[in-house]
Design a protein around this ligand. Sequence first.
Ligand SMILES: [Zn+2]
Ligand SMILES: [Zn+2]
Length: 317
Amino acid sequence: MPDVRIKSPNIDDIFNKWKQKAYKQKKKELEKQFGTKGAVFSLDTISAGETVKETMKEASIYFLIEQKVETSKDQKEERGDIKELSKNTFYSLRGAKIEKSKWKGPDIVPMYETIEQVPCSDCKGKGYTETKCKECTNGTKTTDMIVLTGAEAKKEKKPFKYNCNVCYKTGVIRNKCKTCDGYGTTFKWKKLPVPFISKMTNVPKLYSSAPTKYEKQIGEELGELIESVEGIKFTNVKELSDKTIEPNLGYYNKNISKVVKKAANDYQKFEKDKDYKIKSPIYVFPLIQIFCESKKGKKFEIYAVGSEQKFMTYSNF
Ligand SMILES: [Zn+2]
Ligand SMILES: [Zn+2]
């Protein structure tokens, strides 16, 4: 267990480092926010004293794990008519081997090859149901005609049969099936897992007591620069506690205590789970959060992760 207090970087050093970085990456914006009309722009005119409004001392906990990437075992059957079918984006991935890190879609997708037609049970696949035509008898209409019969021209009613124009002489009316809209079929298809290549991949875990927008970026950069950023190193998760961290940081707060517990819990879960492998010790870094405002009133934050000797900066400037 470490027993040397780690010094967090001082505000002027952080501010200067941010200034240099911003000058390289966002010179125009820097001039706009801090320049004076008519005067030659110089970095020296940007001072921490005038820009920094508030600072918070926080902490970030970092460790690296390896995670097993495997094809999901979930699958789902969906049903619907042609409209609902067409709403889906289908995939064809038969025989494909896919790297999860390069895959941009969801983990489970509707597969083209699984689309099947299902005969509509309400109309037995015909697309319509039949009812007897009310206008006729078996397709034939009958009317009475007055016929003057014989030499005496005797008035007689005689039936006359003709074709029905409602059912087109079939005697039945076809009603479009509402369930299948006349298609006679509905559709079913499956959402199946994308066939990812099963392998272990590195996943940096970062827990910050003041969550920044840069958690992912900080985690990845710490993974690469872990030796060049100074932190408090723990090889045994049981030593990770308020009691050990507070004296090493030289400051503490409720949020730090919370993330320490969360990180320790997660770490122990990863230790027990065979789908994970712990790949690094646990590091605790001072995280300094600086709230700033430019001459022109633009509000932004600067974060520093690391010690007085070695730290990295991030900003939303
Ligand atoms: Zn009819
Ligand atoms: Zn139907």
